[in-house]
Design a protein around this ligand. Structure first.
Ligand SMILES: Cc1ncc(COP(=O)(O)O)c(C=O)c1O
Length: 362
């Protein structure tokens, strides 16, 4: 079975991992600093704070804004559940917002209608390597005064007018989970250009203290620390990121060229200012279950989209989820009609061809 996605791991990753293990200092130290500095220069942000995963990262960002019970946080209805769970973990109220059909990102017209005095933050999600309409979201931020935390878990490498995502709001972050564009196993990083916020976030992830090795704690924090092993992998993966992104573009172009009905390939926003990332190639079709079944028969795994949050069984009747019964037709339809095709660095051309041929039969 050719799986839907896998990380691009090779000898260069093993080489640096061996070096770090041989050093025997495995908790956060100089390799973590090197990795953070590399992320800072890649994204052109002033501060980068690594965390054990981006779910903890999101939680830290929300806590850094003192978000908690009584506050409202707006999240798109179509995202991986970690985005919304981080909000619920703070005790705040989760407010769901419908997404656009074309880019699957938060619908800014619907967003404005959900903003009120209790709104303390909005979390735009750059889903599947698309880019949210940050220009409008930042206009709202200025008008209504709330925090913007960009969930760029799937969007390392995405730029709008040459500015990297994560730099538009107060802070943003990336996930390095195994299926992401680059991986550290588990892991994540927060970027910000705000010194005070960076300090607060670092403190929160490091047991409430400014640095390691001191045992008098002025505030309560958590242990969301990174490891040198993750940093080692992160450094070598980041060194290959441009190569990975280029290959993803080629895979996307191959699918576009070889699937006969161009309307069936879900394209990213037709905005020349956006440099998206083709994390997964998604097709829109009425019969995705059949396509998925037939592809499985010839040895290819596919993946459905994230399940809309308003339909999540664990949120049913949840007292802290505000608008479960609003109209979320677009997210539901998108979930029903979009399928992620095999998309990863080492996929062979002959396999891509087989996938396209089968899709063309439908
Ligand atoms: C959109 C989105 N948000 C948040 C997360 C959580 O990241 P992590 O798995 O690093 O905790 C993920 C991915 O896993 C994600 O895809």
């Amino acid at each position: 079975m050719i799986i839907q996605t896998e990380p691009f791991i090779d000898q260069s990753d093993l080489k640096i991992l061996k070096k770090v293990i041989a050093r025997k200092y495995v908790t956060e130290d100089k390799y973590t600093k090197i990795f953070e500095n590399k992320i800072k220069s890649y994204t052109r942000s002033k501060y980068a704070i690594s965390v054990n995963n981006w779910t903890s990262g999101l939680y830290c960002c929300l806590k850094a804004f003192n978000i908690g019970p009584g506050d409202e946080v707006i999240v798109p209805n179509l995202t991986f559940i970690a985005t919304s769970n981080a909000v619920l973990m703070t005790g705040a109220t989760l407010v769901l917002c419908e997404v656009n059909q074309d880019d699957m990102c938060i619908d800014i017209n619907k967003l404005e209608k959900l903003i009120n005095k209790k709104t303390k933050a909005v979390i735009p999600v750059h889903l599947y390597g698309n880019c949210c309409n940050m220009k409008e979201i930042i206009k709202f931020k200025k008008k209504y005064k709330f925090a913007v935390i960009e969930d760029a878990a799937q969007a390392l490498g995405v730029r709008y007018k040459d500015k990297h995502v994560g730099n538009f709001g107060d802070c943003g972050g990336f996930s390095f989970y195994g299926n992401k564009i680059m991986t550290t196993g588990e892991g994540g990083i927060i970027i910000t250009n705000n010194k005070n916020l960076a300090k607060k976030i670092y403190k929160l992830k490091n047991h409430g203290r400014d640095k390691k090795g001191i045992f008098k704690h002025q505030s309560i924090g958590f242990n969301f620390m990174f490891t040198e092993l993750q940093a080692a992998l992160g450094i070598s993966q980041l060194n290959k990121l441009d190569k990975i992104l280029k290959k993803r573009d080629q895979i996307f172009n191959f699918y576009c060229k070889n699937i006969n009905d161009k309307n069936k390939i879900k394209l990213h926003l037709n905005d020349k200012s956006i440099k998206p990332l083709h994390w997964f190639v998604n097709i829109t079709a009425k019969n995705i279950s059949k396509i998925s079944r037939e592809l499985k028969k010839i040895g290819f795994q596919t993946r459905k989209l994230f399940y809309p949050l308003n339909l999540q069984p664990c949120y049913k009747n949840h007292e802290n989820v505000k608008n479960l019964n609003s109209d979320f037709t677009i997210s539901k339809k998108t979930y029903q009609n979009v399928l992620s095709l095999p998309t990863f660095h080492n996929i062979k051309k002959k396999d891509l061809k087989k996938i396209c041929n089968l899709i063309n039969k439908f």
